[in-house]
Design a protein around this ligand. Structure first.
Ligand SMILES: Cc1cc2nc3c(=O)[nH]c(=O)nc-3n(C[C@H](O)[C@H](O)[C@H](O)COP(=O)(O)O)c2cc1C
Ligand code: SF4
Length: 477
């Protein structure tokens, strides 16, 4: 599948990602090269590369960095590194952190230098204990080796700069992945999004200029610095250059996290990379980029839709975290939507009425449809609710909750209607216990939260755990 630059070391047998191993592979050469430039030159290279954020919104990274104040602004500035990775279906950042922590750290340090940050704070999802241990140990090794410190000589500036990184563990709330909630949480407060403006580049951590970037985004930086813009643009498409880490989970023969070029057809991801739909079953649909990106039907996949920002946007979806969840023909989309609605209901922070009440209503209505108690006008109510939840709130969680419902109703409406008409699941799913108070029903979290633990296979490197988790995900029939 073309050149690898994110997983190239991880794939080598025996590679454990220690400083010695990383350095033997040319590690930290990019940092030395970057320190020989001015921060603005580093920003210009990343901007020219066209790198887009891998945390969900796909915002151009170098361009975001230019929002930071001019060098003569005396305020301290920070880099907040988003390793919260809570989007259902997504488990890519953890692999980078656990298997190649110095690579991640090098990207963080170069980026911190580029925005003239006083320090970088890595906000790690609470459940990711192994990631925290790996990153802490990489930071300690880098400190002992003099790679990071309060004062590091930057020949490009002819001065010493601080190069510092610290980890911080989240408490397991999805909302803390949202950049302003992440900063609140880092500051020790309740993790709730802040209204914008002011934007983080002006008023971020402790009120100081801050850039927030995702782990995978920053892992792209060292190769870009080492190999250059022209090399980077040989991969992917013009508007979406480079490779991306693609989690594939659900009903495929080889679930895993794969490094692939942006623009690859999703059909090829399912069939060629992930070994096709399991048990010889037909494809029903997919979630293309983590739960918030909603549901797309087989016809769109068969039509050749590509995994890139523009192609998915044209379908009313988005690339998100580029984590594909595959549903075979036996899966009930109403149940899948219900599971997501329960998730968002549980995770809304409750500040905005549209989101707080909207998530609760979606959960309640979808649950009753799935339970065989749907009402004739429920679909109309759902669509009106979703409309009221989009683009009106402090953060995008409200949209993230509405999009899966809207897309499911757009592409699988007949299935919802059939549930309401026949007062049962047409696919024969038995009635399940349901909660309207936002509690998860862990027994049937098919394809969503479970994916954090069931997808660990890397490029054909079999994970003995995977089979075990597949068993728990089996269709009840
Ligand atoms: C509800 C919500 C949850 C989010 N969770 C994450 C997350 O877990 N990890 C992440 O990198 N970005 C997450 N984001 C996106 C961040 O707000 C932000 O856009 C991203 O970290 C920027 O990094 P990037 O430009 O490198 O993509 C989330 C956004 C929302 C609205
Ligand atoms: S949209 Fe939802 S999660 Fe985001 S701030 Fe408003 S209530 Fe909280």
């Amino acid at each position: 599948m073309g050149e690898l630059y994110l997983f190239n070391r991880i794939q080598k047998p025996g590679y454990r990602g220690t400083l010695a191993e990383y350095a033997a592979e040319g590690g930290y050469a990019a940092l030395r090269k970057a320190l020989a430039m001015t921060p603005e030159e580093v920003v210009a290279i990343v901007k020219d590369s066209g790198l887009r954020g891998r945390g969900g919104a796909g915002f151009p990274t170098g361009f975001k960095w230019t929002f930071m104040p001019k060098p003569n602004d005396p305020r301290a500035r920070y880099l907040a590194v988003n390793a919260d990775e809570s989007e259902p279906g997504t488990c890519k950042d953890r692999i980078l952190m656990e298997r190649d922590p110095h690579f991640v750290l090098e990207g963080i340090l170069i980026s911190a230098y580029a925005i003239r940050a006083k320090a970088a704070y890595i906000y790690i999802r609470g459940e990711y204990r192994a990631s925290k241990i790996a990153m802490d140990s990489a930071i300690a090794e880098a400190r002992a080796a003099g790679i990071i410190n309060e004062k590091i000589m930057a020949p490009g500036l002819g001065a010493e700069v601080p190069l510092l990184a610290y980890t911080h563990v989240g408490a397991g709330a999805y909302i803390c992945g949202e950049e302003t909630a992440l900063m609140e949480s880092l500051e020790g407060k309740r993790g709730q999004p802040r209204p914008k403006p002011p934007f983080p580049a002006n008023f971020g951590l402790w009120g100081m200029p801050t850039t927030v970037n995702n782990i995978e985004t920053l892992a792209n930086v060292p190769p870009i610095i080492t190999k250059g813009v022209a090399w980077y643009q040989t991969m992917g498409t013009k508007p979406s250059p480079g490779n991306f880490l693609c989690g594939v989970s659900g009903d495929v023969n080889k679930p895993g996290v794969y490094e692939l070029p942006l623009g690859i057809p999703i059909k090829s991801i399912i069939n060629d990379v992930a070994g096709g739909v399991w048990k010889g079953r037909a494809l029903k649909g997919i979630i293309p980029g983590g739960s918030s990106s909603g549901f797309l039907p087989k016809s769109i996949v068969d039509g050749g839709i590509a995994m890139d920002h523009d192609s998915l946007k044209n379908q009313g979806s988005f690339i998100g975290t580029a984590s594909v969840v595959v549903f075979d023909e036996t899966r009930c989309i109403v149940r899948a939507v219900k599971i997501l609605c329960q998730f968002y209901h549980h995770e809304t922070c409750g500040q905005c009425t549209q989101c707080r009440e909207g998530c609760a209503w979606l959960d309640q209505i979808i649950c009753r449809i799935e339970n065989g108690d749907g009402r004739e006008d429920d679909i109309t109510t759902l669509l009106a609710l979703c409309d009221g939840m989009r683009g009106k709130t402090i953060c995008a969680l409200s949209d993230a909750a509405a999009i899966p419902v809207q897309l499911a109703l757009q592409h699988f409406r007949a299935e919802f209607e059939e549930h309401i008409r026949s007062k049962r699941c047409p696919l024969g799913n038995p009635k399940m216990e349901f909660h309207t108070d936002g509690r998860h029903s862990h027994d049937h979290l098919h394809n969503t939260q479970t994916v954090h633990t069931d997808v660990l296979t890397l490029h054909g490197i079999e994970n003995p755990e995977a089979g075990r988790y597949r068993e728990t995900m089996r269709h009840p029939s």
